[in-house]
Design a protein. Structure first.
Lengths: 340, 217
């Protein structure tokens, strides 16, 4: 107690010094602190600190120099009401508030800045239309790396369009989904395919030393969904099985060929090209097949093209999705066996 | 004080006057003066603002009233009423056939946020909440369509009612899209209007699809 008292006496001027403490609003420059009152933490919460800061800032901005003294004294009196005790705690809280606020605003301006995405949306309508049409035309020159536009507007809009078409197909076929919602399933499927397969293909491309960036892969796969949109839009409304298979092969095949050709032009080596293109082709075509069969009711009596007379008509009623996938595999196997 | 020695005040004259000093700056008090008004005034002022915006949506002209004083009361009311009316469309209590309340809510707000982000990324000059306000208020024709559909479905659920519902929903969908385009497309560079209109078209299309395929149980 002795050395503490001595220290307190040196820093302040004893109990009488408590009355002569200069206004704390001067920002902690006061060296006159009564050490006795250090452990009182009244008025040192962050919210109070923030409020006081805000009030102090407003008063600084509004009032002139001459009135600043009156403002500070008012503030001093206000703080005086909370007690002259706890000033050290208050100053610590003050500093922590400043640091925290600075860090938060820096993090916010770094991550919530949508300007990062702005260059990927810099397109004109004619460009979008041109790219949509190009996505169905396979390129011939595969010895020269083909240019891929790293744009995200077109693919994003195509994914949303696919969601809308899928919803329409699910509703007209009275799909009942347990433990989920129609909208959630549609959005999850489409976005999951676009983002997931893009990431997977980017990873494979990294393994196979292909020259493609993530944005370019997203863009390529996104524009490849244009074929899917057309096919599903037509075949969800016209329920012919053979029509679907023709569209699957022709439209799906064209968009797959385009994506494959672009990838091949950017890869060196036969094995790598084979791996990349085989995977992409398989995933793309199978996705279209899945979308058609999982979410679309086959109207009885209309299908008579691929199945022979001794095969039972393909029945479908209310279903769980796992049951559907095995049914899809069975039907596909039968159909392929029949065509071969 | 020698000069005041002979001044005397008789005891029976009361001394009165104002002891308070009038406060110089009025500006902080002006902001808080709405606290003293009766609650009715506050509510009526907000209701009038919301009502004025509804009228602007009904007759879409290129006015800036919707954009200048944006508020989200109208969109909230419309969204909640639409979601409530779309309830009860499930075929079974176990299976989920129709959109749930949370689903409709999330679709409307998430869709509006995506369209706003898209228009900002394409170089739009409109602010985030202004765009949300416009898109939310333009859901009003579709809410009216939902009301009409429910009334029509009370009469029966045949082909005729489907055709009536289709026409009504289609008309309201076109009205919504045109109204929101009238407000939003001005803030875009002129050659990119189509890029902004398409997502709005998709958004109202999805909502119209939810309304049209609603079958009560």
């Amino acid at each position: 107690v002795g050395p503490g008292r001595g220290g307190g006496g040196a820093a302040g001027s004893g109990p009488a010094g408590a009355d002569t403490v200069s206004a704390p609003a001067q920002g902690g420059g006061s060296a006159v602190i009564d050490m006795e009152n250090m452990d009182d933490t009244s008025g040192s919460s962050f919210e109070d600190m923030g409020e006081m800061h805000q009030r102090m800032k407003e008063e600084e901005e509004e009032e002139a120099e001459g009135e600043a003294g009156a403002g500070e004294e008012e503030d001093g009196e206000f703080l005086g009401m909370k007690g002259l005790r706890g000033q050290l705690g208050r100053q610590v809280a003050d500093q922590m508030w400043q640091v925290g606020k600075r860090q938060a605003s820096r993090a916010f301006s770094l991550y919530a800045n949508i300007d990062i995405l702005r260059p990927y949306f810099d397109v004109e309508p004619v460009q979008v239309r041109a790219r949509l049409l190009e996505s169905m035309i396979p390129v011939k020159m595969i010895n020269f790396p083909q240019k891929i536009a790293g744009e995200l507007y077109g693919p994003l809009m195509l994914v949303f369009t696919l969601v809308a078409i899928l919803l329409h197909g699910m509703k007209t076929s009275d799909t009942i989904i347990r433990e989920g919602t129609l909208m959630g399933t549609a959005i999850g499927t489409c976005f999951g395919y676009w983002l997931g397969v893009s990431s997977f293909m980017y990873f494979l491309a990294y393994l196979c030393n292909a020259q493609i960036t993530m944005v370019q892969m997203l863009s390529l796969l996104g524009y490849g969904l244009f074929g899917h949109c057309i096919t599903l839009f037509v075949t969800y409304n016209i329920h012919f099985h053979s029509l679907f298979y023709i569209f699957w092969l022709v439209v799906g095949g064209l968009s797959t060929l385009r994506m494959v050709a672009v990838l091949v032009s950017r890869t060196v080596g036969h094995t790598q090209r084979l791996i990349l293109c085989g995977t992409l082709a398989a995933l793309h075509m199978l996705f279209l097949l899945y979308l058609h069969f999982a979410y679309h009711k086959v109207v009885e009596g209309i299908l008579d093209t691929l199945e022979g007379p001794n095969m039972p008509p393909f029945q479908r009623v209310a279903r769980d999705i796992p049951v559907v996938s095995s049914a899809v595999l069975n039907t596909t196997a039968k159909a392929i066996a029949l065509t071969l | 004080f020698p000069g005041l020695a002979d001044v005397s005040i008789s005891q029976d004259i009361p001394v009165e006057g104002e002891i308070t000093v009038p406060v110089g700056s009025r500006s902080p008090d002006e902001d808080y003066s709405t606290l003293d008004e009766p609650v009715k005034d506050t509510i009526m002022r907000d209701l009038k603002a919301v009502g004025k915006k509804f009228v602007h949506v009904m007759y879409p002209r290129k006015s800036s009233a919707l954009l200048r004083d944006w508020d989200l009361w109208g969109p909230l009311v419309l969204c909640v009423s639409l979601a409530l009316m779309l309830q009860g469309g499930s075929a079974d209590s176990k299976d989920d056939g129709g959109p749930q309340f949370a689903e409709v809510f999330v679709i409307i707000w998430f869709g509006a946020v995506v369209i706003t982000l898209n228009s900002k990324l394409l170089g739009g000059t409109i602010s985030f909440f202004q765009s949300l306000c416009v898109l939310g208020y333009c859901v009003m024709p579709l809410t009216v369509a939902m009301l009409v559909c429910r009334l029509v479905l009370l009469a029966g659920a045949g082909t005729v009612s489907f055709i009536i519902r289709l026409i009504v929903v289609g008309a309201m969908f076109a009205w919504s899209t045109l109204a929101s385009t009238a407000f939003l497309a001005d803030s875009q560079p002129p050659n990119r209007k189509a890029l902004v209109v398409y997502p709005i078209f998709l958004f109202y299309f999805v909502i119209s699809w939810m309304i049209l395929t609603f079958t009560p149980q």
